[in-house]
Design a binder for this molecule. Structure first.
Ligand SMILES: [Zn+2]
Ligand SMILES: [Zn+2]
Length: 345
């Protein structure tokens, strides 16, 4: 396997190209993985659309995609953890292994981190060469659809475990695939009241299925008033923001009670205009930012959630395409109405 079919960002313009590329060289600590399924992430949409976010990060041409699973078909001489024939899911963040953060159990926010499908060739390909350190072994009978979305589900699970949601009143804003994972995980942790918001009715219906007690559309409901009403005027114990919309971010700081907890993982692309005095300082809030997944604590939790069927991980995937239909797949993913979109190389 010297050349493989892959989805490439060839030039600084909208779109992508399905072509063949040389398979990367495998070093002693690398493995070659035959990709079974790969999911489209928000980052991939940025790359496809060639937004300023993508322009600032990619050197072209680049094979993109980073949420995937597959079978190990070759292993370098110093590979110790996985073996040929194993099924693995991929962690996106490639840690340097040497910095302060890597040395203190925080590899997922490594100071010198490389990102799959952004800095190094990604997973929208028939096969990919990756360092063994980002391979997470999964049971051989894991459906490829499920294996491909363990990475984004992990973000949602990481966010759900970032605050004390047990017996708490919790607001989750943004019911995309990651938000749904958060909702499912929060529910399985035993929240007392779980409210979810989104501007899409389709996504609100999914939020209900994933365990939200009450769903609200901020376009038609005063979310802050409703949260106060449902908590005897107190406000929410925990707010988890996954939409990245500045209005939703301001809203969670209005909805959270004094001394409550706010978890943020949605990425705003403009200034949010947050009122720090009344929204944060006078409330004595605890705020936690969330990115990626803890290596490997979050992955153990995702594995456990799948094993217990605590969250319908497969149900997060709403559309599947052969990779040859990538234009259609991206159109659906960009619509803001779908769950996860998975492609098969
Ligand atoms: Zn992603
Ligand atoms: Zn590091």
């Amino acid at each position: 396997m010297e050349r493989v079919k892959a989805l490439v960002k060839p030039a600084p313009a909208v779109g992508a190209e399905l072509t063949t590329v040389p398979l990367g060289k495998m070093g002693p600590t690398d493995i070659t993985v035959k990709v079974k399924a790969a999911a489209i992430c928000g980052t991939d949409i940025h790359i496809y659309n060639w937004t300023p976010y993508a322009q600032a990060r990619l050197k072209l041409p680049m094979v993109f995609g980073h949420e995937f699973c597959g079978e190990v078909v070759a292993a370098g001489s110093n590979v110790t953890k996985v073996k040929v024939g194993d099924m693995i899911a991929g962690e996106t963040h490639i840690p340097c292994g040497n910095c302060f953060l890597c040395n203190t159990g925080l590899e997922h926010i490594c100071q010198d981190m490389k990102i799959l499908g952004v800095h190094v060739p990604g997973a929208f390909a028939e096969a990919i060469v990756i360092p063994e350190v980002i391979a997470w072994q999964i049971p051989a009978d894991t459906p490829p659809t499920v294996g491909a979305v363990m990475e984004p589900v992990g973000v949602g699970v990481h966010a759900a475990y970032a605050a004390d949601v047990r017996g708490s009143t919790v607001l989750v804003t943004g019911c995309g695939p990651i938000g749904l994972s958060t909702i499912g995980a929060v529910k399985s942790c035993g929240a007392a009241l779980l409210i979810a918001t989104d501007v899409s009715e389709q996504r609100l219906n999914m939020a209900k299925k994933y365990g939200a007690d009450i769903v609200l559309n901020p376009l038609s409901t005063d979310v802050e008033a409703k949260c106060k009403e449902l908590t005897n005027g107190l406000g929410m114990d925990v707010c988890i923001e996954g939409s990245g919309a500045p209005s939703a971010i301001r809203q969670v700081f209005a909805c959270v009670r004094r001394a409550g907890e706010v978890v943020l993982f949605g990425l705003p692309d403009t200034d949010v205009g947050l009122d720090l005095v009344d929204g944060v300082i006078y409330k004595e809030l605890t705020i936690k930012g969330i990115t990626g997944r803890e290596m490997w604590r979050t992955w153990y939790r995702v594995e456990d959630i799948i094993k217990r069927s605590a969250v319908d991980v497969k149900g997060i995937v709403t559309h599947e395409f052969p990779m040859s239909d990538f234009d259609e797949a991206f159109k659906v993913a960009k619509s803001g109405k779908a769950g996860k979109v998975v492609m098969y190389p």
